[in-house]
Design a protein around this ligand. Sequence first.
Ligand code: ADP
Length: 774
Amino acid sequence: MTDKTPAKNESLLHELQARLAELEAQNAELAAARARYFDLYQQAPVGYLTLDEAGLILEANLTAATLLGMPLDALIGHSFFQFVLSEDWDACRLRCERLFATGQPQSCELQLLKPEEERFWARLEATVAQREDDGPVCRCVISDVTAYKETDLRLRQLSTAVEQSPVSIVITDAGGAIEYVNPKFTQLTGYTLEEVRGQNPRVLKSGELPAQVYEELWQTITAGGEWQGELYNRKKNGECYWETASISPLFDATGRITHFVGVKEDITERKWADEALRESEARYRDLAASIPGAIYQFHIDCEGAYTVSYMSDGAEHLFERPLSELTDSRLLFSDVHPDDLEGLQQSITEAARQRCRWVHEFRIVLSEGRIKWLRASSNPGQTAEGGLRWNGVLLDITERRQAELALRRSEAMLQRIFEILPVGLWFTDAGGKLLRGNPAGIEIWGAEPLVPPSEYGVFKARRLPGREEIAPEEWALAHTIREHRVITDEVLEIDAFDGQKKIILNYTAPVLDDTGELQGAIVVNVDITARKRAEEQLEHYAAELQRSNQDLQQFAYVASHDLQEPLRTISGFARLLAERYQGQLDEPADEFIIFILEGVGRMRDLLQSLLAYSRVGSHELRPYPVKVGEVLRQVMNDLHVALAESDTEITHDPLPTVWADPVQLAQLLQNLIGNAIKFRGAAPVHIHISAECRHDRWKLSVSDSGIGIEPQYHEAIFEPFRRLHTAEQYPGTGMGLPICKRIIARHGGRIWVESVPGRGSTFYFTLPVPSGRA
Ligand code: ADP
């Protein structure tokens, strides 16, 4: 063993050295690896913890310390439960116990609490490890899953939203095959997910929409866009419905379309409601257009600013402006008459304050200054924003205003007339009670006794001409109230309340309404006391005059007639004296005899004229329809010698038949034509007779081309014995025209002259048209 030993030992030594070197190398390598692994352990993306059975932290890596928010040194020796929320302690302990009892790995997710009260979601995975020297320990991997947890929550919320969504949701793959539909889809269409999975959504197509709609839809979404529109689809039970659809593609990370999502809402009811709304709006528009005037809406906000939100078409007609201008809030009051603007705005403010119904009438000014009256009414209502909404109606009340104005004017006029009317006027109510009298009425009666019929007895009067007293129920007014009749021309002698006796004309009339119902009565009293007295006076004078006229006529007649006798005696003896003693007396005596004879002749002419004049008045007038032409012929016949001698020409118009006494008419024409012949100048005279009808009279005229008459004598020549010339110049007595005047007066007519001296005269006279003929 010895000789072998050194060599053996040496090789052993070598081997040992080699092994040592190897071991040292291995050791160095191990140390390096250990350092590397320690780093890895410390810096691992998850935390490592080693806990004992009580939960005390025995070991931890840096990641775990960072997660738990503590320095690594401080962490060792801490209880892990310190980081667990108290409500999770029980569950945690239970899992720990189970881990150590069964050796089964345990995992859970729970919220941990850092020392700064900050929380985070952690995932814990625990296994049991057996230590060589000591009991078992728990090795726990801890990771922060907060981000994952939040995403998970969001996803959960989203999927719940999709599931619970009140709109239907359809998800298809990129080829359009349905992968998912939500419960609302099933509820709406009747198709379950199982029934439509793998199908194309066109199973819902109603066939009522044009193919173009679907083409467009598909083009939009396959190009990556979102399509929105309305679809008309069919349910499983065949019923059709409207839906709005919004379909958009989903992309993967590379931008490739992987799915399409459709969100659809059933709008059938809304469609019907829209339709109904459209219809009702159209109806309302029609209504708004057909009512007179316009409907409007404007708002007043809290700051008092106006916004016109609606004006019906009728406003264009009212304001004579296009609607676009009328809904411009800045122009709202621009047409209002300047005098009415303040009142209008004040009334709006007042109604806004009181929140009461608002009615206001005002003027607007249109083109060329024309004025229109409008009546605006509204019920102001509060808006959600705290402002006011004015919905109202505008009406054109110009005509009504004008009528009112006219009514007011005529009322004022009537009132004025009532006051100044010179006749008495009284009004009663339907029961006959006197309501009021005008000043003239009160003056007539000397009081204003506003009494009912039962007290008509206060009026004392007698009916003329019989003078019978009038009983209260016999008053004309009482009759009018009872019988609704008009009573006229009642002449009464009244005892006025001031004691005077008066004569009045009494007139009563009922006032009826449109239906003939009695509204009241009016009484008209005309005080004719003065007139009656004057009439009586006049009658008296007329009688007097007639008597003295008759006396005068009698006297004239008697005088002219009786004077003829002594005149004839004088003229007889004067003629005898001339025959027997002419030339036997001296020259002046002969001359005197001639003077006597001339004077007697003139006296005879005068007496005869006077006699003719008084006969016109004393003889009875016998008028009847007389042809003027015939009378003229007879007169011309009587005057033919004078006409021939004077070379006078007579012409005439067609002559009428008049109502006249033919003898007097002949006398008239004879006088006028005789004068025309007599008062001619050097040249032969031309006489023309014409006639013209005026209402119930004939106006006849005799015109000549004679010497004419100065204007100042046109009246005087009709007075008796009035002459403008001496008997030497033109013979005559001055009684011709007075006789003419008397004849015409007896026929109820008039005679006058128009003349230009040197040019001729025209005598006009009027005579009645025979009744029934012109
Ligand atoms: P007399 O013819 O006898 O003079 P009248 O009474 O007939 O009396 O006329 C009164 C006067 O009126 C006349 O004297 C004459 O001056 C004037 N007169 C009447 N007729 C005419 C006439 N046709 N032309 C001019 N003067 C007239």
